[in-house]
Design a protein around this ligand. Structure first.
Ligand SMILES: Nc1ncnc2c1ncn2[C@@H]1O[C@H](COP(=O)(O)OP(=O)(O)OP(=O)(O)O)[C@@H](O)[C@H]1O
Ligand SMILES: [Mg+2]
Length: 232
């Protein structure tokens, strides 16, 4: 099943919307709109779910904004009651992130969660491990992704992880490029990877492995009530 994101051009990048049973990855530099998109998708998923369904939101950075969510909810014909259907947890450490992910399995079952968001997946991994313990870092990330994928497949829940950018050598090893934290590992677990970026005052989303560049990018704008199509 697929849920709309509320943005036609982004839905079309995702071939219809955010899919249940798989992990969707949204990454980009600071201020590109990852958290706002994640919060908007909570609303659009709830809009198209039953009244007693919920979503789970793990917030590692304190970006959750109930006021904005209310505004997004009004835009989609819901009211601030939508906030009661978002199981929110501020995550302060990597241990807590792993623990809450385990507990989420029970919440999915008890509260009919349809979506699980981690905004942003690598904050604590980066904060607690530096580059010289890369293997340890990748192992912890892999275990989180494993657990997440296991849960979305078993319960047919959509998972959305946001992620930051880091710089590292390209495949030729000759120049440095910007890529998502945990690059190949994340790609292995996520069905779809979308990059948000800004270019000449405009905002875009694009598919990571897009071959057809013309049709695989989506211009969008951010307003008080969330993310809109550029001409929406
Ligand atoms: N009302 C608004 N109108 C236009 N742009 C806005 C509005 N509110 C927020 N923004 C823009 O949204 C961006 C922040 O979005 P968001 O917090 O989702 O980014 P992010 O990618 O999660 O950033 P970070 O990496 O810091 O977590 C900023 O660029 C900000 O200027
Ligand atoms: Mg954010």
């Amino acid at each position: 099943m697929k849920f709309t994101t509320g943005v036609k051009s982004i839905d079309s990048l995702l071939s219809g919307g955010i899919e249940t049973g798989v992990i969707t990855h949204v990454y980009g530099a600071f201020g590109t709109g990852k958290s706002i998109l994640a919060q908007q998708i909570c609303v659009t998923v709830l809009k198209d779910s039953r009244k007693n369904d919920s979503v789970i939101y793990m917030d590692t950075e304190g970006s959750f904004n109930p006021k904005r969510i209310s505004k997004i909810a009004f835009r989609f014909g819901l009211d601030y009651g939508v906030l009661k259907r978002i199981l929110y947890k501020r995550i302060w450490s990597l241990d807590e992130q792993e623990l809450f992910l385990k507990l989420s399995e029970d919440y999915i079952y008890r509260f009919n969660a349809k979506l699980l968001v981690i905004d942003c997946i690598a904050t604590h991994i980066r904060g607690e491990f530096n580059q010289d313990v890369l293997i340890l870092r990748q192992t912890r990330l892999e275990s989180i992704l494993n657990k997440l994928l296991d849960m979305c497949t078993n319960y047919d829940v959509a998972a959305l992880v946001t992620n930051q950018l880091t710089s590292g050598p390209d495949s030729s090893g000759e120049k440095y490029v910007e890529k998502p934290v945990g690059g190949n590992l994340i790609a292995k677990f996520c069905k779809c990877s979308i990059r948000l970026y800004r270019l000449k005052e405009k905002r875009y989303a694009s598919l990571d492995d897009s071959i057809d560049v013309d049709s695989n990018f989506a211009p969008f704008v951010i307003k008080e009530d969330g993310i809109h199509d550029e001409n929406g």
